[in-house]
Design a protein around this ligand. Structure first.
Ligand SMILES: Nc1ncnc2c1ncn2[C@@H]1O[C@H](COP(=O)(O)OP(=O)(O)O)[C@@H](O)[C@H]1O
Ligand SMILES: [Mg+2]
Length: 369
């Protein structure tokens, strides 16, 4: 008997809605099919605008909540068509939603994801679990990162100390000690692709620096790099999580103010190094015994970034999660399929040692079909 779940994900990069159909009937989750709907420039711009305070936010947010709910549903239906699977065969959908504001540290902590799950359930005919971050925040946690519990479930080894780093818009690390007596830890290391995309858009008119070619042709500016790395977030002790509230174009422009003489290509090289350096620092400080770093997320395809990580982390090896059968581009979507399964089965989805929550809790709200 199959145990089919769909995971829906759209991360801080706001590049696409990702859908993964996963079968959990065997010990190792099996990725059955995938489908990706790129976000249009208009939708992306509207979502980006919502990430910072502005006029008429409630109406704009509510409309985008509906628009995204439809987009996620259409993506899930296209996925099912591709796989030749009927909605009735799927146990549930786990939908992350699109984060538009993440403030786990304020006097009234919250993390807000949109993409109406009730609409997803109605349009697909599949029960949909969503709003996974709220319960963890209610239990005193950061609400993030949530993928570490899934990394633990699929990539932990008894033979070697591993760490997993997901390089999306932001980057997050999961530390997986081989000793099962030791707890799994993890946190957001800081920016992943977010500045690489923003700078490529500004100077190349492209959504990304494909394969890191622009960065690879530039020279790292050490002064600028150390200015970037002076940001308090990097020295903050975990648990911690971050997003576009902090690492955004205003942050970048402020850091660049005193470095007007650095060429656009050298800035790209330095931003790429910022991602590599902040991940490396996190490994060295919080996972110094790591023998193998496994990489997932879109940043895995940035050849130059991966080269820089390898150079900085040697002798610790850097490999794609593909090595252990998990497609790096689909890890996050698979994690939300898994989280939906946990929710339906009444099992916890968070790791208090990662998020700082007071206890492990069942995450998510279920919208019945
Ligand atoms: N070939 C590539 N070269 C460089 N960067 C890439 C490539 N493919 C994907 N990316 C990066 O990955 C990002 C998407 O990664 P993803 O894991 O979906 O992040 P998020 O979870 O934030 O949406 C893109 O915005 C881009 O920066
Ligand atoms: Mg994405």
């Amino acid at each position: 008997m199959t145990q089919l779940y769909i995971g829906l994900m759209s991360g801080t990069s706001m590049d696409a809605a990702d859908a993964a159909l996963v079968d959990f009937s065997a010990d190792i989750p099996k990725l059955i099919a995938t489908h990706r709907t790129p976000l249009s420039s208009e939708l992306r711009a509207a979502l980006l605008a919502l990430c910072a305070p502005g006029p008429n936010e409630i109406e704009r947010m509510a409309q985008l909540d509906t628009q995204l709910g439809e987009l996620f549903a259409v993506t899930a239906l296209a996925l099912l068509k591709k796989a030749g699977v009927k909605p009735g065969e799927v146990q549930a959908i786990g939908s992350h939603g699109q984060t538009v504001r993440h403030q786990p540290g304020g006097p009234y902590p919250f993390s807000l994801q949109i993409g109406n799950p009730a609409l997803i359930a109605q349009l697909t005919g599949i029960a949909t679990a969503a709003d996974f971050r709220r319960a963890d925040i209610a239990a005193g946690g950061q609400g993030a990162p949530l993928a570490p519990a899934f990394h633990n479930a699929v990539l932990r080894s008894a033979q070697q100390d591993r760490a997993v780093v997901n390089i999306g818009g932001m980057a997050n690390i999961t530390v997986l000690p081989k000793d099962t007596q030791q707890s799994v830890t993890g946190f957001d290391t800081g920016p992943g692709n977010v500045f690489l995309d923003a700078w490529a858009e500004r100077h190349l008119g492209q959504r990304m620096d494909e394969d890191g070619l622009f960065a690879a042709g530039g020279k790292i500016n050490e002064d600028l790099l150390s200015e970037f790395l002076q940001d308090n977030y990097f020295s903050l002790a975990p648990p911690k999580s971050t997003g576009r509230e902090h690492f955004n174009s205003a942050w970048l422009d402020a850091a660049l103010k005193n470095h007007g003489d650095v060429s656009a290509q050298d800035v790209q090289a330095t931003l790429c190094e910022l991602t590599a350096a902040s991940i490396t620092d996190a490994v060295k400080k919080y996972a110094p015994t790591t023998q193998e770093l496994l990489v997932c997320g879109g940043g895995t395809h940035n050849t130059h970034l991966i080269q820089r990580l390898r150079a900085r982390l040697h002798p610790c090896t850097v490999e794609s999660t593909e090595k252990y059968g998990v497609s790096p581009g689909w890890m996050e979507a698979m994690a939300f399929a898994w989280l939906a399964k946990q929710t339906l089965e009444g099992k916890p989805g968070n790791l208090p040692s990662v998020t700082g929550a007071k206890r492990a809790v069942v995450l998510g709200t279920i919208c019945p079909r």
